[in-house]
Design a protein around this ligand. Structure first.
Ligand SMILES: [Zn+2]
Length: 288
């Protein structure tokens, strides 16, 4: 990735480009280029969008913008017959036959919200652990979703034999909303803390201030996760947001960067460069 020091550059560490319509995607990626967002990590969430996500990364990557795709079974979409390990066979078959070596495992995770009534936490954990094992075996970057269950997530990761993931800084905690007490624990597992506009709420401010700057990444989680709070006025978002679509955009990370810099009382440009360099390290460690 080239970087011109006179401008601010951004990397969207977690989004779902396959969830945009074709038209919206083209205009979103054009705006990204104008905003100096030159790399995006697009996460698939179920087997039906593996192929779509892969095609997006191949079709839209150019010398100006790069899209890296991830594949995984997200806890919200565990509708594939999971009572045997057929899903794992399907997953491994897909990955082994990929004509693309630059990919990651994600989005996978555990969710203690309403979804656990449909898919028990025990089942979610079983499927999550198999995917983590696979990521470790392949030495691949992994994007982890977690709602409420940060203690459990830490215990799971800490008890698994996943030296590749830990030693090589391969774990990204997407939209991190753990408590202050979790920061040190996950930091000891060499995790990155990826922050979305959804994390920007008063209840998280103290935690956000404490995050180590060298471990923070920014993400949009777009098209979802729109949060008015990070914008100073409607002009900042009206070109991609409307009441019908309620879409978020990767461009939200520019505004998020400003807000988190304010919270941390750091110069915005300096902070933006720190986060860009963290993201660049992730790219160079995994995809160069
Ligand atoms: Zn996501």
């Amino acid at each position: 990735m080239e970087k011109n020091n006179n401008n601010l550059f951004y990397i969207d560490s977690h989004c779902h480009l396959q969830d945009y319509s074709e038209n919206d995607l083209e205009s979103i990626l054009n705006s990204c280029q104008k905003s100096n967002i030159n790399l995006l990590y697009s996460n698939a969430t179920n087997k039906d969008d593996f192929e779509k996500n892969l095609l997006i990364s191949q079709k839209y990557s150019s010398d100006k913008i790069k899209i890296i795709s991830g594949f995984g079974f997200h806890p919200w979409f565990l509708d594939y017959p999971l009572n045997n390990e057929k899903w794992l066979y399907v997953f491994k078959y897909f990955i082994n036959n990929l004509n693309e070596k630059n990919f990651f495992i994600g989005e996978i995770g555990i969710d203690g919200g309403k979804i656990k009534k449909t898919f028990s936490l025990e089942n979610q954990i079983e499927i999550f652990k198999k995917q983590i094992e696979l990521a470790n075996e392949l030495n691949k970057l992994v994007h982890i979703h977690c709602v409420y269950e940060w203690d459990k997530l830490y215990k799971i990761l800490n008890n698994m034999k996943i030296e590749n993931l830990i030693k090589n800084n391969k774990i990204i905690l997407h939209s991190f909303q753990g408590k202050k007490k979790h920061i040190e624990k996950f930091n000891n597992l060499n995790c990155y803390f990826s922050i979305s506009s959804g994390c920007y709420s008063k209840s998280n401010f103290d935690m956000l201030k404490m995050l180590p700057n060298n471990k923070i990444l920014f993400e949009s989680d777009s098209p979802s996760m729109f949060n008015k709070e990070i914008y100073s006025n409607e002009n900042d978002y009206k070109h991609f947001y409307n009441e019908n679509k309620k879409n978020n955009s990767p461009e939200s990370i520019k505004f998020l960067c400003k807000k988190i810099a304010e919270l941390k009382e750091i110069n915005e440009n300096e902070f933006c460069n720190i986060i860009y360099n963290n993201s660049l390290k992730v790219f160079n460690d995994n995809f160069k």
